[in-house]
Write a protein that binds this ligand. Structure first.
Ligand SMILES: Nc1ncnc2c1ncn2[C@@H]1O[C@H](COP(=O)(O)OP(=O)(O)OP(=O)(O)O)[C@@H](O)[C@H]1O
Ligand SMILES: [Mg+2]
Length: 277
């Protein structure tokens, strides 16, 4: 595995983060040009991604939500309302309508949850062109044909092993960044909202990480004990991996190199849009 295999993904992710934060200029698209839209209904946020036909980044935005639990939509109208707002904002900025979108669900969550995600998308006036599974979307964005993707979001950890572009093994655990927040809250006797802020405070990162490190070790142990042979490279994605020492801890438990792209929370949402065709 070449050392710099994440380089082009990182370029894209940096650009996407710049657009989301409003400090990167948008790529112009003509009204005739095909655009591809991805919708990631996550436990922690709903992310809208827009790419051009060559998978170049056009636009992105997100909003925090509480409408999804353990990867399943539990509040249909809240999801629809958030997505409606994100879509309206995108259309205003881009000066054109979003007509299609692809969605995604954690693996093994079943037909019914795929249908709910499709319904959320269609309720906002877009035609749903497909529902992918989340790790496959992440692997597509990372251009990974062989390897293991560990996606640690707010409420779920998905571990997926790929071989020759095929998903050969997958498990999904109900643990994620929210679990870290609970541990922090318990340690400092503070409410969830406050613990969530503390967790993301870069200035407190060392102290915070020493408290949540056992959670990260447990997550790595889940990967180690999943009962299937791990394929290299191991790549961690998802918002909960946003700690400098995260990959070091994971590497120690797994006894192999672990990679993390920049802005790991945007990998899956960008991969989802690549399937809107
Ligand atoms: N800078 C940060 N430092 C620490 N944790 C972070 C940071 N940014 C986001 N997180 C955590 O990442 C989690 C959200 O990750 P992500 O956006 O990948 O989840 P999601 O896709 O909404 O959820 P899921 O995949 O579980 O449905 C939250 O628990 C959040 O607290
Ligand atoms: Mg997610």
């Amino acid at each position: 595995m070449k050392k710099d295999f994440l380089l082009s993904s990182n370029d894209q992710l940096e650009k996407f983060a710049g657009i989301v934060n409003g400090d990167h200029p948008l790529k112009k698209v003509t009204p005739e040009e095909k655009i591809k839209v991805g919708v990631d209904l996550g436990t922690s946020s709903i992310v809208l991604t827009v790419l051009d036909s060559k998978n170049q980044i056009v636009y992105g935005a997100y909003e925090y939500d509480h409408a999804v639990q353990d990867g399943i939509v539990v509040n249909f109208m809240e999801s629809v309302n958030i997505l409606r707002r994100l879509k309206a904002k995108a259309e205003k900025v881009l000066g054109r309508e979003l007509t299609t979108a692809c969605g995604a669900i954690p693996p093994k969550t079943g037909e019914k949850s795929a249908k709910v995600v499709a319904n959320v998308i269609e309720e906002t006036g877009m035609m749903c062109t497909g529902i992918e599974d989340e790790p496959t979307a992440a692997a597509k964005f990372l251009r990974l044909s062989n390897g293991t993707v560990v996606d640690i979001g707010g409420g779920t950890t998905g571990i997926s092993i790929f071989q020759n572009n095929k998903l050969i093994h997958v498990i999904d655990e109900a643990t994620g960044g929210f679990h870290m927040t609970l541990v922090l809250g318990g340690r400092y006797k503070i409410k969830n909202d406050e613990a969530e802020k503390l967790k993301r405070n870069k200035e407190k990162e060392q102290e915070v990480y020493s408290v949540i490190k056992p959670v990260v070790e447990k997550m790595a142990a889940i990967v180690q004990n999943m009962g299937a042979e791990i394929n290299d490279p191991v790549i961690v994605v998802g918002g909960a991996t946003n700690f400098t020492e995260f990959t070091t801890t994971f590497s120690k438990v797994l006894k192999r190199k672990v990679y993390k792209p920049l802005y790991p929370q945007f990998v899956t949402p960008l991969g989802i849009a690549m399937f809107d065709e």
